[in-house]
Structure formats: structure tokens, C-alpha cells
Design a protein around this ligand. Sequence first.
Ligand code: HEC
Length: 141
Amino acid sequence: MAPSSARSLQRISLWRLLGAGAWAGAVLAGPAQAADFDSASMLELADTSGCSSCHQIEPGAKGPDGRPALGPAWRSVSAKYAGQAGAEKKLTSLVRSGTTPFDRHWKGKEVSPPMPVNAKAINEPDAKLLVQWILSLDAKK
Ligand code: HEC
């Protein structure tokens, strides 16, 4: 199978998963959760901002080049920061400033360089929106 068709298949099943997750989130966690996000446009924003070249939603999902994703899966990010006060603000700023070798948050879990500076790739309101969505991914807990 060509990499591009493998990728679109993966995207389709991701959308299904996200759709199911949003529905379960709405039922289990009340209206102000994942259901507020349009997952398709969030994925679009992640694509156009370059995030998708390093991040997938599900742990273990392969990156666009068929190799293991460079960055942590966003559902894992959501689980890691679940319930932490200030997570949204901290992550919004981290997404734009990148991480450094001296301040890794996923050490031992990811074989990859730190996250680069994304300040040119994404503006603050969009970064905040993506982070809100990322943090909502684990709302089923
Ligand atoms: C070149 C690869 C790359 C790109 C592009 C990238 N990231 Fe990352 N991202 C990483 C890596 C690697 C980490 C883990 C950083 C660490 O170990 O501290 C990470 C971590 C994160 C985290 C968790 C931060 C933490 O410290 O726990 C979030 C949220 C995130 N990225 C969102 C984004 C968003 C949104 C974009 C697009 C604007 C993006 N990333 C673009 C590689 C990337």
C-alpha cells in the first residue's frame, strides 16, 4: 500500500475514534468537554501548522513517513496533564517556544530531539485552541 493511502486510512479511522470519543465525552463528562471541538478542523489546523509531522493522536501510531512519531501522542499528553492546574497556559507557551535538551518532559519515553520553536508556525490563539483540544482528548477518564 502506498504511504499516502495508508495515511488516509489511518486518518479515517482516527476520525472515527475521535467521533466516538467526543460522543462518549459528551455523555460521560457533560456538555463542556471534547464535544465542543470540531475534530476535523483541529486536525486540519495541526496539519497546516506542521504539528502532524511529529505528533499523532494515538500512542503507537506511525508518523507520515511510516516511522514512529517523533513527539508524544496527544492522547498521552492529555493523560499526563489531566487535572493539572495551569496546564493549558504552560503548554500553549511550550508549543510556541519549543523544549530544550535540559528541560525534557518525555525523557525516556521518546527517542527524538526536543520540540522545535513553533512560534512562526502557529500564533498564540491557534496554539491555545489546539492545546485545549489536546487536553480534552483524555476527557473520558
Ligand atoms: C519536529 C517535531 C515536532 C513538531 C513539528 C511539533 N512538536 Fe510538539 N513535541 C515534540 C517533541 C519531541 C515533544 C516532547 C518534548 C519533551 O521531551 O519535552 C513535543 C511535545 C509537545 C507537547 C507536550 C509538551 C510537554 O512538554 O509535555 C505538546 C502539547 C505539543 N508538543 C504540541 C505541539 C503542537 C500543537 C505542534 C504544532 C504547532 C507541535 N507540537 C509541533 C516534537 C514536535
